[in-house]
Unconditional design. Sequence first.
Lengths: 221, 134, 130
Amino acid sequence: MDEFDIAVGPETTLLDALREIRSHHDRSLTLRYSCCHASCGTCGMRANGREVLACVTPLASLGAGPITVEPLANARVEHDLVVDMRDLYAGLEPARRPLIRQDERLAGRDEPGPGFDRYEDCLECGLCTSACPITGSDPLYLGPAALAAAWRTVQEPRDADPPQVLAWVDDEQGCWRCHASFECTEVCPSGVDPAAAVMALRRELTRHKLGQVTRRGRHRR
Amino acid sequence: MSATTRAGRPARRPLRGAAGWARGRHLGSVAFLANRVTGLLLIAYLYLHLGVLYLLTEGPGSWANVLNLFKNHWFLALESLLILFILVHGLNGLRLALVGTGVGVRHQRAWFTAVAWVSVGLYVVVVLAMFGVI
Amino acid sequence: MIADLEEVRQPAPTQRRRGGTTAWILQVVSGVLLVVLLGLHIVTQHFVVKGGLRDYAQVVSYLSNPVVLAVESLFVVVLIWHAMLGLRAILLDFGFGRRGQAWITYGVTALGAVTAAYSFWLIATIAANG
């Protein structure tokens, strides 16, 4: 682990500090960032063990004393603070989550103001996958991001096929692997609430299974 | 250039095993770990209990000997912990039965707080009853 | 980089998914039943007799009641089922893959069967001494 001592102001963000380190202390420091306003999800990392987006995390919020910065967990580290995100992206593909502008959304929570133009909530930042305790022990677990995407497809399919998506998540490595730690929801910077999405999938599948059982009972009679 | 498997897929992500289960800092993670730990302890107790009950097949003498051990205050104190584990696992289990089927997910933190308080409260009552105070 | 992403894109999965809804429903039902049955078991074993512990004669007398025998037998089955499902859930979290998952299921089923068989042998042996 490398240590750096830098001067910071009251509004310095973690990303500001890392860029300062890269510019003036260690030019080999590798990190990823892009939009600098929590829209792209590229700067995900762990600070003092907590998953954050570096661009919107004030250093002051991380407490006094030294700050330990690490790459996201449960992903292969490419170098320094950069991890291989392809597992996450590949995991999201089968969900067939439609890309919808937030003001076009048909179902869900309160809409933002009229001038706000933003795509669906999930930034694909990987914070939820990093925080999930089961993603870290089971390599086949779909994970909170993929499951949240699956629920979004079920809620608002557009051209996708919800029964196929439900069949995909109805698996011991799908939504039934979740143990309700809710860490994914706690760390999500974008209000996706992946844990609620997983529980909603389970509710749908349970309802469907109980419906099947009662239908079979009626047929036998 | 990142390492890939033969099929061009990314190399498997590093796993942290059970160590990752204790990383979480929020109430949901405390509940998850509490349920897991109490569950395993209760399974261990189940087999201990079944083993001890074997003495009943050997007649009154063997059973009377073990009853004397059970009446010891230190043993009672350990048994009272068992009651606490049962309360936490059972009450949190009811919370999970609801939340894990998509019911009342928004209230999961409040429900776990209630589980913790009710478990401790009932545990105190049971301990007082076990030691003959009430 | 684009070429890399093309390599990892997957078609919608077509392999048979193994479900998990039934295991969840069984875990919930057995858990709820246990709240009642375990509560009953603890109260009848420790809060009915004086001193809170049944001696040998009291145990034999307790098990001679057919209703008690039926309830305790149900308790044993539900408890072992719930315990084995829970143990299976924990073991599956270690990510032993699809084949490992199958072996874990066989393993806990076998363990549950042996435990239940031993428990019923215990109950039968003790009740027969009455």
